[in-house]
Ligand binder design. Structure first.
Ligand code: UDX
Ligand code: ADP
Length: 463
């Protein structure tokens, strides 16, 4: 059997970094090289101040780093030495041209494939780790087969199912590991080689082996199904607010049906993150591409509902504050797309603040892990207004009490645990009256807040 001895992972991001750290920890005999073009990022991976925040990650990295886990910018050597290469680069949604706003931009993946083709002097297994639209492996294969130097490549799809904030836990105890490959003797051997890497700590029956396309499509489908549940419950949250039902009670009642199940039914200000929106748009694009407009429209609705939820939350703030927030201070607690991560990609905070800024609000943001620069980059990227205006209207502070002082309203966007521990009486005393709080995550004790004097508005609640 093919024994993997040297792994190279191209891309040291939220997926590549944690995944390789755990693979290295669990396979001390395999040398794992994580390479990236971003030298700042690589430098940070070699310190104790890692470029991404993830509970438990530093501990894992420290155990393996320097032993069999290495981070560097020498992509060339990394590729040459490896017998297995993971492609873990970013695949953002295209912002221009054919498939704009929907299809995945594969130029980074394509570049990696070309580099691998150019530099390889021995046979290699190439593993797609980035989320990729179905049939990308074909493109990767085509590029790799054109080298003309007789080197053989096997392409595998091994989608990542880890969620940010729980990445280490998800990697250590995965529900399943999915490996897709060609159903030829060489393809099956490659699948086995990767299976044995995971089998160091994952039970064999949890490692699912499929053909290449099934694996790629399963990743998009898994995320589409998860996001669909959130949009479904969020559509009901709107109904709850106007009827007097309580969305948490509804979620609990329906989630108790084992056929539905209790997970992913937490109503919120809208889902964010690097996967859900991108993957669904990808699915929509694929359906359209293959002439299936009804299927495309079906999945697109999940996104439409999510945009509606973010807009609805912002509009509720504006309407409640007597139809104008112009010149009013609004405190925003949380900028990350969920707790326990410093990732802000597609975070609801970006869109909610954009709506509020359109109404000339003065937004003061506090997030325990997201740096100021990231917040301004996110806003500037939207292109709604000039950089100067963004900096004039939105301020970033590193103290939650300062963010709330003199504010007319507080908007809770991320479910950070520490928000629950604040001295809410002190916050209330320092605010303009009436003092409103909009809980976009339903994490606070609303009864207690109302006793203090707050006017509470929350997702799916009608008080
Ligand atoms: C997701 C998938 O869960 C993971 O399997 C895949 O590999 C990558 O995409 P991630 O984006 O890291 O992971 O986070 P996830 O926990 O799925 O949350 C996504 C968004 O949905 C967050 O904004 C979260 O706050 C929101 N969410 C989640 C809800 O609003 N309600 C829920 O019940 C669950
Ligand atoms: P993900 O969440 O998918 O891990 P990230 O954006 O966090 O996405 O990480 C992707 C990483 O891939 C980035 O650090 C980026 O610099 C790196 N990258 C992109 N293209 C290349 C390339 N051609 N060679 C090496 N690294 C690359």
């Amino acid at each position: 059997m093919l024994q993997v001895k040297n792994i190279c992972c191209i891309g040291a991001g939220y997926v590549g970094g944690p995944t390789m750290a755990v693979i290295a920890l669990k396979n001390p005999n395999i040398k794992v090289n994580v390479v990236d073009i971003n030298s700042d990022r690589i430098a940070a991976w070699n310190t104790d101040d890692l470029p991404i925040y993830e509970p438990g990650l530093l501990d894992v990295v420290k155990q393996a780093r320097g032993r069999n886990l290495f981070f560097n910018t020498d992509i060339e050597t990394g590729i040459k030495e490896a017998d297995m290469i993971f492609i873990s680069v970013n695949t953002p949604t295209k912002t221009f041209g054919v498939g704009k706003g929907r299809a995945a931009d594969l130029r980074f993946v394509e570049l990696c494939a070309r580099q691998i083709a150019q530099l390889s002097t021995t046979d290699k297994i190439v593993v797609e780790k980035s989320t990729l639209p179905v049939r990308t492996a074909q493109a990767v294969k085509t590029i790799l087969s054109e080298t003309g130097n007789g080197i053989k490549f096997q392409v595998l799809s091994n989608p990542e199912f880890l969620a940010e904030g729980t990445a280490i836990q998800d990697l250590m105890q995965p529900d399943r590991v999915l490996i897709g490959g060609d159903q030829t003797p060489e393809g099956l051997a490659a699948i086995e080689a990767l299976t044995s890497v995971y089998a160091s700590w994952v039970a064999r029956e949890r490692i699912i082996q499929t053909r290449l396309w099934s694996s790629e499509l399963s990743k998009l489908t898994a995320n589409a199904f998860l996001a669909q549940r959130i949009s479904s419950i969020n559509s009901i949250s709107a109904l709850c607010e106007v009827t007097g039902a309580d969305v948490d009670e509804v979620a609990y009642a329906i989630g108790s049906d084992s056929r539905i199940g209790s997970k992913f039914l937490k109503s919120s200000v809208g889902f964010g993150g690097s996967c859900f929106q991108k993957d669904i748009l990808n699915l929509v694009y694929l359906c359209e591409y293959f002439g299936l407009p009804e299927a495309a429209a079906y999945w697109e609705q999940v996104i439409i509902l999510n945009d509606y939820q973010k807009r609805r939350f912002a509009m509720n703030i504006i309407q409640t504050l007597f139809n104008t927030v112009s010149g009013k201070k609004i405190a925003m607690l949380g900028w990350a797309f969920k707790k326990d991560t410093n990732d802000t990609r597609e975070s609801a905070a970006i869109y909610v603040s954009d709506h509020l800024l359109n109404d000339m609000a003065n937004v003061y943001v506090f997030d325990p892990k997201v740096p100021e620069k990231e917040m301004y980059d996110d806003l500037d990227y939207l292109g709604t207004r000039s950089k100067d205006e963004n900096r004039k209207l939105l301020k970033v502070v590193n103290d939650p009490y300062e963010a709330c002082k003199g504010a007319h309203a507080i908007a809770v966007i991320t479910e950070w645990d520490e928000f629950k521990t604040y001295d809410w009486k002190r916050i209330y005393d320092g605010m303009m009256k009436p003092a409103f709080i909009f809980d976009g995550r339903n994490i606070l004790d609303h009864k207690k807040l109302m006793e203090i004097g707050f006017k509470v508005k929350a997702i799916g609640k009608s008080y």
